[in-house]
Design a protein. Sequence first.
Length: 116
Amino acid sequence: MQPTQDIAAVLRRAVTVLDERGRTVGDFENRESCAVCAIGAIRVAAHDDPWTDSDLSTAVIRAVAARIDTSTIIDPIERIADWHDEPGRTDDEVTIRLGRIADEFEWVTARRVVAA
């Protein structure tokens, strides 16, 4: 399991990646514009490749999937994709949600430091 501060840091970088590259739906990356979806942004933030997973990106994807409201889909990637690609979903909704999940992990880290 990844430390909570690593997960929060990747999510913060993923928000920056989305802001810089733009957001696309239906694929991890638009090869023409380099825009990415939330999963692609997480992967880029974790290891610079929107198409493959690493241990860190897998941990972050699982953390996000566990914290989004969507259908009953169990697979973490499909769950995030279903939420992300929902018609009418805005760029701001995606970046704000990822930022709030990062906040949650930073809060958990801060509580552990204080408790120690």
